[in-house]
Ligand binder design. Structure first.
Ligand SMILES: [Zn+2]
Length: 275
């Protein structure tokens, strides 16, 4: 009991310290950091430091890639807004499925929800990195539902080989990191391999589904100042013109649905192989 409460207090201190650091380093704004800390706390209650560390890896690496060549992406008009500082809608969109998986794991202690958790983080990170790295591609993106059609960089649903490879490497990489960190505690090698496959396939499915939604139902705008296609309702400080998609079905909603889809695929794969 005593070691459990010491670990809990240590966890709270580390989460608060990193939440403050994330604001100081301008990875998140205050609202984004508070929602991120709440998400992290539930994840920590489920899996302790090893699960929480997956969130730290996600936020740290995503933020580094968002800033990498920010000026270039900004010039293209495709950079994240506000110098890449992310806020609460982004935390909630990327973290909700991790929270659901953590809660299910707390109540059931079933390995499948550890697989679901790991997939949710892997899918969120793969999608973020594929976008940020894909924007640096020298070849023009193609629309995923119409691969012969070239689209402007930053168009939702546009994909490049560089972005696709990034998603592949990130999905498999996060799967390995999760297994090394013992997010999935299993003693048998076969279960470990099944988990690895389930997380990798689930995460990639999530990114793929995200792009499909991005190319079809996601709302897109056009900036009235620079004339570029954008996922944001505001660009260059002004309201942008509506072009296509369902209103309010923005990048954050698409991210959430993509991550949820990928996590459900990982559960299905895990079930199909183990049954
Ligand atoms: Zn603009």
């Amino acid at each position: 009991m005593l070691t459990a409460s010491i670990e809990l207090i240590a966890g709270i201190i580390v989460i608060l310290a990193l939440a403050i650091l994330a604001v100081r380093l301008r990875a998140l704004d205050v609202a984004g950091s508070i929602s991120g800390a709440l998400i992290s706390f539930i994840v920590f209650l489920a899996g302790g430091f090893s699960w929480f560390f997956m969130i730290v890896v996600f936020v740290g690496i995503s933020s580094a890639f968002t800033r990498y060549r920010y000026d270039y992406k900004h010039k293209l008009g495709t950079a994240q807004e506000k110098m890449g500082v992310r806020s609460w809608p982004n935390s909630i969109a990327n973290g909700t499925v991790s929270v659901i998986a953590s809660a299910l794991w707390i109540y059931t202690r079933s390995e499948i929800f550890a697989v679901m958790f790991l997939t949710s983080v892997a899918a969120a990170m793969s999608d973020t990195l594929a976008t940020e790295v894909g924007l640096l591609s020298h070849s023009q993106p193609r629309l995923i539902i119409h691969p012969k059609k070239l689209v402007e960089p930053g168009t939702s649903g546009g994909t490049t080989i560089l972005g696709d490879l990034t998603a592949l490497v990130t999905s498999l990489g996060m799967s390995i990191v999760g297994i090394v960190l013992l997010v999935i505690k299993t003693t048998s090698l076969s279960n470990l391999l099944i988990s690895f496959a389930a997380v990798g396939i689930g995460s990639l499915s999530g990114v793929f589904f995200d792009s499909l939604l991005g190319a079809s139902v996601q709302v897109m705008y056009r900036c009235l100042v620079c004339g570029k296609a954008t996922e944001n309702s505001n660009h260059h400080g002004q309201a942008a013109a509506y072009v296509r998609g369902i209103r309010y079905f923005d990048n954050n909603v698409v991210n959430f649905v993509g991550i949820l889809f990928g996590s459900l695929v990982s559960i299905a794969v895990y079930f199909l192989i183990t049954k």
